[in-house]
Every structure is written in structure tokens, then in C-alpha cells.
Design a protein around this ligand. Structure first.
Ligand SMILES: *Cc1c(COP(=O)(O)O)cnc(C)c1O
Length: 494
């Protein structure tokens, strides 16, 4: 493809994207294909001769689009949102066009400098303490691929710090602390690093949030066993139920009793709510600012920025660099040696990196802080109207109070009477309910398990969800729920 062919093909591709967004509302949310559909449709090997662009684009439309689950569909309420924007898309497009791996300052000064500025913009928007700002030259922010990578990076830095403070600690005595509600990346990091992971118990009456007391007891118990917990991953907005750990309480326990325990706060989904001053207390800003060693907020979830853009801040950049800096001769530069610039390759695991700050810059400029706040507030308000519907319903009940823009509920035949079905019966009923709801083309939601209770998650956040989509979802869930109850006489005979 030459430049003029690209010009034409590029316009065509943008036209297709616009058509796709116009048609999104009328598409089934979930792909209607069977496993293996694409292998059957594609040739066994790449073509010997290059093919014309028109053939490729037409196959994209014919073969790929039908196999997509439409995460940008306004009735997508599954998992967590991945709210994309045209600003973000254009940022990604231009970033692709520069095709550079930006690993150090000299590799493309604009990549490093823009990232360091937009991460400060984001830090200001979220009200983060100045030590987290790049401008402070103490801590700083870097864009990682995912929250999983951010946590892994934090764990590696924490391990180095701990081993420096406690030389000779055997690796097999080190322990990563998570809670039973922490994202599965905690266990995965344990697998990757070959380290123990302990999941602290949290309780229903605390709405599944971790308290300092629980942490303190666990550390003392492990110390008696000769173990060395060195990092705690606390969560603001857990994946299952949106639980918010008591960061200030946990942080105070760490500071007072176990100062070598690193506190990483995973706010992958809910951290964007820090943009709204009225939500900062719930989102634990004071605790984060006072005690966290590192923090992660995914812009690529509920932050209007196209996948991937995981914002990661550390209180002390030297702890990262200490753990991750390897500088072979071919990567040495004058500015790097002088320490006058950021070399982001020392702030994460890989060397090369995408120019992700461009899309975040476009999004923050396009929306402004006020536009960003308005979007977060709108999602929460839509979720509140969904939660009101569940509260008023005779067949559903909330399992936990709604958290930001997430509601967790279940079908309950006797919600309005004193009769009760067994847990097993209710779980089976809800499994059937989710399966039935997932056959509906007009909506997608997913299930979770909280302490052996099978629940249904309803997460609002697609950029184009309106109140009508919520009303429609309520109507649809009511129909499916009634249908499930009619089919299974669970609870009525108890
Ligand atoms: C989504 C999510 C993660 C994982 O995010 P990735 O960026 O896909 O790794 C981790 N923690 C929480 C709380 C999440 O919501």
C-alpha cells in the first residue's frame, strides 16, 4: 500500500467504524457464532501473493464483525466497562503511525514527556498527593499495559525493598497478601514470581472490605511461623462486588506495626471516581494519599480511554528503578546517565512500550475534567436507578449495597415473604437465570460467586448507555426471572 492508497483506505476504514457505531444499538450484544467458526472460514495459510485491500476489508466485515462481542454496546453490563471514545481511537491511530517503542527519553522525547505530563494531569484530577506527581521527582506515574502488570511491577519493587531491609530472607518465606476478594492477578503474580500468596478473610458484615485488625492478626501469625509478608494488595472496588478496603485503617496498621510492608492499592475499576470530589471519601483518597506506596487506576475500563491504559503511580520512583534498572551499553544515553530525564523502561517489566499517553491526552483534552466527572456521575446515577428497581422488585434482591456503578443481585422467589429456599437451590436457580439472560440478544451480564453465593453483576459504564437501556434491561430481566421461577418451583414448597 502506498501513501495515496493508504489515504483512500484510511477514509474507508473510518467510514466503516462510523457505520459500526451507528448500527451498534441494533446488534445482539454477544457474538452469535460457534467455536471454530473462523478457522473453518479462513484458508489454512497466508496468501502467496498479496491481496487487494478491498478484499481484506470486506472479509473484516463478513467474518470478524459477526464474531465480536460488542463491549461498546449500550446494553453491555457484563464484567466491567471498557468505555471507548473517538478521541481515544484517534490517539491510538496516530500512536500507531509513529510506530516507536519509546523505551527511553532519547528513543522519542515526546513519548516520555507527554506521558509524564498527562500522568500529572491525571494525578491532579484524582487529587493525589504531590509525591505521586512526576513533577515532584520523588514518585511518579507511568502508563502500564494492565492492572495485572501494574501489580506485578509493584510486587517486584516491594520484594527488592524488603530484601534490602531484611537481607538473607529466604525467598520461600516471602508472602504476598491479598484478600479473598482481590482480583485473581494476586495469585497469578505468585505463580509468575514463585512466591507464596495468602488471601486474608473478609466478612459479609464488613461488605467484604479489609480492616487493619485482620491484617495485623495475620502478620503476627505469619511472623510467628517465620514467614515474611512484604506487600499487601488492597482494593478500591473489588471485581466481584465493588468492595472497598479500609485503606486508611489498613495503612495506619502498616505504618505503626509493619513499616516494611508495601501497600499497593488496586483501584483498577473504581479509581476513576476520584475525579469527583464528592466520591473521594468513599474511594479512600485520604488513605491512599497518606499510606499507599503505589496505586493503579485503569483508564481503559471506566475511564473513556481505549484499551490499554493502566495508570500506575509510585510514591518513590527510586524503589522501582532500583528493582528494574538494567542498563547495558547499547541503552546508555547522556541524559540517562546524568539522571536528568525519565527512562520509562526502568519503570516496568518490558523494554519497548506503546505511545499510550497520546490517547489519554486526547481524552482529557476532549472531555475536560468536567466532562470526565459528568460521565462518571451519569453512570452512577444510571446504576442507582437500576438498584432502585431491584429494591422494589418482588423477585430480586441486592446482595450488597450498590458500589459506584455496580449492582450485585440475585433472583429470589420469596423476596417478599418469609419463606426461604436453601442456598443450593437458590444458586442453581440463579445459575439458570444467568444462562437464560445470556441467551437474550439485547443485553449481556455476568455472574460471580461471593462466599458461595452465586450472584449476578450489573456494571454500568459503556459510554453510550442511556436511561432507556437501563429500563429495557429491567424489563428483560423481569421477564427472564419470571420465566425461570415459573419453570422451577424453588422455595415455594419450603
Ligand atoms: C479489571 C480489574 C483488574 C484486572 O485488570 P487488567 O487491567 O485487565 O489486568 C484488577 N483489579 C480490579 C479491581 C479490576 O477491576
Amino acid at each position: 500500500m502506498d501513501i495515496e492508497q493508504f489515504r483512500k483506505a484510511g477514509y474507508q476504514a473510518i467510514d466503516r467504524i462510523c457505520d459500526y457505531y451507528y448500527s451498534l444499538n441494533d446488534k445482539p450484544v454477544v457474538a452469535q457464532v460457534e467455536p471454530g467458526y473462523l478457522r473453518r472460514a479462513l484458508p489454512e495459510s497466508a496468501p502467496e501473493q498479496g491481496e487487494p485491500w478491498s478484499a481484506v476489508l470486506s472479509d473484516y466485515e463478513k467474518l470478524i464483525v459477526p464474531g465480536l462481542t460488542h463491549w461498546q454496546h449500550p446494553s453491555f453490563f457484563a464484567y466491567f466497562p471498557t468505555a471507548s471514545t473517538f478521541e481515544g481511537m484517534l490517539g491510538d491511530l496516530l500512536s500507531s503511525s509513529t510506530a516507536n517503542p519509546g523505551f527511553n527519553w532519547l528513543a522519542s522525547p515526546a513519548c516520555t514527556e507527554l506521558e509524564s505530563v498527562v500522568m500529572d494531569w491525571a494525578a491532579r484530577m484524582f487529587g493525589l498527593d504531590r509525591t505521586f506527581h512526576n513533577e515532584s521527582k520523588v514518585g511518579g506515574g507511568v502508563i502500564q499495559t494492565t492492572a495485572s502488570d501494574s501489580a506485578l511491577t509493584a510486587i517486584v519493587a516491594a520484594r527488592t525493598r524488603y530484601l534490602e531491609q531484611h537481607p538473607g530472607t529466604p525467598l520461600e518465606a516471602l508472602v504476598i497478601y491479598v484478600t479473598t476478594q482481590t482480583h485473581s492477578f494476586g495469585k497469578k503474580a505468585g505463580l509468575v514470581l514463585g512466591l507464596r500468596v495468602r488471601a486474608l478473610e473478609v466478612r459479609a458484615e464488613d461488605h467484604w472490605a479489609l480492616r487493619g485488625e485482620t491484617l495485623g492478626a495475620a502478620v503476627e501469625e505469619d511472623h510467628r511461623k517465620g514467614l515474611h509478608p512484604f506487600i499487601l494488595i488492597a482494593t478500591v472496588g473489588t471485581t466481584s462486588s465493588g468492595a472497598v478496603d479500609h485503606v486508611a485503617d489498613v495503612g495506619a496498621t502498616i505504618k505503626e506495626k509493619f513499616p516494611s510492608l508495601w501497600l499497593h492499592v488496586d483501584a483498577a475499576w473504581a479509581g476513576v471516581t476520584l475525579a469527583c470530589p464528592e466520591l473521594r471519601e468513599t474511594a479512600q483518597l485520604a488513605g491512599i494519599n497518606e499510606y499507599a506506596d503505589s496505586l493503579c487506576v485503569n483508564f481503559h475500563k471506566w475511564g473513556l480511554t481505549n484499551f490499554d491504559a493502566s495508570a500506575f503511580w509510585v510514591r518513590d520512583r527510586n524503589l522501582l528503578i532500583n528493582a528494574l534498572d538494567i542498563t547495558p551499553e547499547y541503552l546508555r544515553t547522556k541524559h540517562g546517565d546524568e539522571g536528568t530525564v525519565i527512562d520509562y523502561r526502568n519503570w516496568h517489566l518490558s523494554l519497548g512500550r506503546r505511545f499510550r499517553s497520546l490517547k489519554l491526552w486526547f481524552v482529557l483534552r476532549g472531555f475536560g475534567v468536567e466532562g470526565f466527572q459528568a460521565y462518571i456521575r451519569r453512570c452512577i446515577s444510571l446504576n442507582n436507578s437500576f438498584a432502585d428497581y431491584i429494591r422494589a422488585s418482588a423477585i430480586f434482591e441486592l446482595i450488597t449495597p450498590p458500589s459506584f456503578a455496580l449492582s450485585v443481585f440475585r433472583l429470589r422467589p420469596d423476596a417478599s415473604t418469609s419463606e426461604s429456599a436453601s442456598l443450593d437451590e437458590l444458586n442453581a436457580l440463579n445459575r439458570a437465570f444467568v444462562a437464560a439472560a445470556q441467551t437474550q440478544h439485547g443485553i449481556l451480564l455476568t455472574q460471580t460467586d461471593i462466599d458461595n453465593v452465586l450472584c449476578v453483576r450489573f456494571a454500568v459504564g459503556a459510554a453510550r448507555t442511556e436511561v432507556g437501556h437501563i429500563e429495557n434491561a429491567c424489563k428483560l430481566l423481569e421477564e427472564v426471572g419470571m420465566h425461570c421461577l415459573a419453570g422451577k418451583k424453588v422455595g415455594t414448597s419450603a
